[in-house]
Every structure is written in C-alpha cells, then in structure tokens.
Design a protein around this ligand. Structure first.
Ligand code: IFM
Length: 473
C-alpha cells in the first residue's frame, strides 16, 4: 500500500503532456542482419573479430525485432507507454551508405511506424545509433568528412519516407561513444586505436548531426529535432590541482564538447587546447561550426552514472572505470577513475540519482533556450525467472530513484518533456554481448520469449497513473 501511495505521489509530480517511453537501437534488437537487402555494418564486422565481444556473440539474431513488430508493439502497448524510441539501421536503408535506397529496408520502418501509430504510440526515431555501413568505414569512416555528408543525405532519405508520420528525430546518439570508443580505445566498432583520428571522428559526427538536423528542418519546420548526448556528473577525487584538472578535462570532453558545439556553435576553448597536443584541427573547415549549430528543439539526455576522477591514472579502480577508461580519453591518458563508494549496477556503474537532477539543472542553467528529455536511463542487473516472473527490485529502485530525480528537476524549473527507459527489452549490449540485461522486459535469448519484469510493471503503473491524473484535470 505504501508503495502504491508513493507511486501515485511520484506520478503526480510530472507535467501535462509529458512523454513516457522506452528505447532500443537497431543493431541491439533487430537481428535479421542478412535479410531483405540489408548491407553490412561496422558492428557485423567487429563482432566477428575474436575477443571483441566478451561472450563471443553477435547481433545476427539479437531479439528478432525485425520479425516481431506485432509482438513488440503489443508489449509497448501493454506497458501503457506513449512513445517508443528506436533507431534506423543505415545499412538496412542504404546498404552501401550512398543514395541508393533499399525499399525493403525502408518498408520495415514504415510498417513499424504504422503499427505504433495505430496503437497511439508516438515514434521517436534515432538516425544513427552506431551501425555505420561498412562501405563507409572502408572509405575511412567517421574520421573522413564524406561520411558526414553521406549522413546528411541519409537523413533526407529517411525523412522523405517517414516524415509524414514521424515528428521526433534524434540525429546522432552518443557521439562520445561512437568517436572515442570506436576510434580511440577501440572497444566498440570499428575497433580502431587512433586517438588523433578519433577527434576528427567526433567533429564529423557533429557535422553529420548539423547536416541531418538542417535537412529535416528544411523539409518540415514543425519537426522536433534533437541530438542524443551521454552525460555524467564529474567529481575530482581530491582537491589537489592534478585531480581538479583531471575533472575539468573529463567534464569538458564528456559534458561540454558536444553540447557546446551543438548549442553554441563552438568547442570549449580549454578542451581545444588540451586536444591540440595530438590534433591540429585541420579537419575543421570554414562554416562547419555554423552547420553544427543547427536548431535543436529538445536536447536528448542519456544518463546512467557519475565519475570520480584522478589525474594519477595509476589509481584507476576497475569497478569505477567507465567503459574505455584511459585510452578512450584522447590526450588524457594520464587520467584515472576511482570508486566513490556508491553502490554499483551489474556494469560496475555507480548509482547516483541526485547526479541526474544535477545534470538536468546544470544543462538548463547553461542552455535555458532548449527543452530537455531523458532519452536513456536504466540499469543492468542479473535476472532470474522464478515461476514465470522476474523479480528485479534493484532495477525497480534504480528507476524509481531516477524518476524522482527527474521530478526534482521539474520542481526546480527544468523544462523536461519526456523520459525513456533504457531499454524496452533485454538485448545485445555491445562489447558485453548478451551478458548484461537492461530491459523492462526479460528476453529468453534462446527462444526469444518475452516476460515483463516487476520493474516494467511498476513503470507501466506509474505511467498510467501520471496519464490518469492529467486526464482528470
Ligand atoms: O546499450 C547502450 C545504448 O546503446 C547506448 N547508451 C548506453 C546503453 C547501455 O550501455
């Protein structure tokens, strides 16, 4: 009973029109990587290299979402969600990454959009969630300018096919991961370890964002355009100058680099100076920053954890280290990540709900003109089926605490317009394969069978209560 009262009280704290959803991405859920003319992506190649994925798995089947539109939409509906964020597989639509379109690939997304709309579920499309067509990587990948231009073209193709029904567009998801895990530490596809090239990759990902955002807005001024960035509160391990400087650097690369480029049209000067140690920035052309500074209607905030940082890299503690610690921070290899003693999820990521409020209020203070949406938030914990049920109190507590943190931000005046749980269902967790479960819905990876977890039921209950409150007003 107490819990029901608490849930009702939490639901009442969200404003009218708030978007409630869950998120996935193409390579993590679709499977059918060889079906209907889809071309290969960098992830198809990467997973086949020995040692890249901890359990040696791949996304060939994933959770079979390509063949499960009715089931997936029914699951979203059963949870009571009003929105579904999914990504388009670029090589499914443009198998060679150029302007030749694979109509069968487009048809899959068109059918998914129709099925969602028929159930009153609003689609939020992400254009790039890391599955670059392999042909574009063969031509140089994101360190090369032409990839950004191709991406702008892809955005126009996707929007021309789906823009009559889809209003919400997120251009690029987590360019930090795509650039620095993909091209600096090599922990993600394409697995390159070229720190200088990773900075060019980061620039071209943002240029791609700008080109895509402008193409969509030109086609539909009413479209709601966004870019998806991953944020972490950064704390210095001590107040020594070396640790404080490490915190400034990590905060700059993680929280300010992409945000300021998109929203202010300039990279933070202090980080430009740091990066000059390894890059001459010759890839930045006149006019690029204006393109990158395209209108953003909603900033998509992905939030999982916080970092405590030291300038003495040797002190890195494995449990506190983000994926890619050290080598994923080009020009900052001396930096380490230490535990602050907070409890951690199955990823080893510290749980810091107050850090979400801190992130949202800081973003609002720095960029008051833009609305915010939490487009990913969630936790991995090992799950066990017991009598056909999944009791996952830790995931439920994580969700409850982070939603309360969102409500605190709303109370503080942050224009927060939505929340998307990561993820709708357990799926392929990149270099962790199928060993980490983030879903509101449990997936039996052998049979594909779905079972709603306790956390999914709780989230659905919260959403229904929030909606009922507003309808009663
Ligand atoms: O699964 C990923 C997702 O693809 C991007 N953001 C973080 C999630 C959890 O690691």
């Amino acid at each position: 009973m107490t819990n029901e009262i608490e849930t009702a009280a939490l639901a009442a704290r969200f404003p009218t029109g708030f978007t409630w959803g869950a998120a996935t991405s193409s390579y993590q859920v679709e499977g059918s990587t060889g079906a209907d003319g889809r071309g290969p992506s960098i992830w198809d190649a990467f997973v086949n290299e020995p040692g890249r994925v901890v359990d040696g798995s791949n996304g060939d089947t994933a959770i079979d979402s390509y063949r499960s539109i009715p089931e997936d939409v029914a699951t979203i509906k059963a949870l009571g969600l009003g929105a579904y964020r999914f990504s388009l597989s670029w090589p499914r639509i443009c198998p060679d990454g150029d302007d030749r379109v694979n109509e069968a690939g487009l048809a899959y997304y068109s059918n998914l959009v129709d099925a969602l709309l028929a159930e009153g579920i609003t689609p939020w499309i992400t254009l790039y969630h890391w599955d670059l067509p392999q042909t574009l990587e063969d031509a140089g990948g994101w360190p090369v300018r032409a990839t950004a231009e191709r991406f702008g073209q892809f955005a126009s193709i996707a929007h021309a096919a789906l823009g009559d029904r889809v209003k919400h567009w997120i251009t690029v998801n987590e360019p930090w991961c795509a650039a620095f895990l993909g091209y600096a530490s090599g922990e993600h596809a394409p697995g390159r370890r070229e720190p200088a090239a990773s900075i060019a990759a980061a620039h071209h990902l943002m240029l791609g964002h700008g080109l895509a955002a402008r193409a969509i807005k030109a086609a539909d001024p009413e479209a709601v355009v966004s870019v998806g960035l991953n944020f972490y509160p950064i704390h210095a391990a001590t107040d020594t100058p070396v640790d404080l400087d490490a915190a400034r650097r990590v905060d700059g690369v993680q929280n300010r680099w992409f945000t300021e480029a998109a929203l202010r049209g300039a990279y933070p000067e202090d980080i430009v100076e740091d990066f000059k140690a390894i890059s001459d920035f010759s890839f930045v052309e006149d006019g690029d920053m204006e393109v990158i500074n395209a209108p953003v209607d909603v900033l998509s905030v992905n939030f999982y954890s916080r970092f405590t940082v030291t300038g003495n890299g040797g002190a890195t503690s494995a449990s506190a280290a983000p994926t890619g610690a050290g080598s994923a921070w080009p020009a900052n290899e001396h930096i380490g990540f230490v535990s602050s003693g907070l409890p951690v999820t199955d990823m080893g990521w510290e749980i810091d709900p107050a850090g979400l409020t801190e992130t949202l209020t800081r973003l609002h203070a720095s960029h008051p003109e833009v609305k915010l949406a939490v487009t990913e938030n969630g936790s991995a914990f090992p799950d066990k089926i017991e009598d056909g049920q999944i009791h996952d109190p830790e995931r439920l507590d994580y969700a409850r605490a982070h939603l309360a943190a969102c409500a605190d931000a709303v109370d503080a005046g942050v224009p927060l317009v939505g929340y998307f749980a990561w993820s709708l269902a357990d799926n392929f967790e990149w270099a962790w394969g199928y060993t980490k479960r983030f879903g509101l819905v449990y997936v039996d990876f052998e049979t594909g069978e779905r079972t709603v977890k306790d956390s999914g039921r709780w989230y659905g209950d919260l959403v229904r209560r929030a909606r009922a409150n507003r309808e009663a007003e």
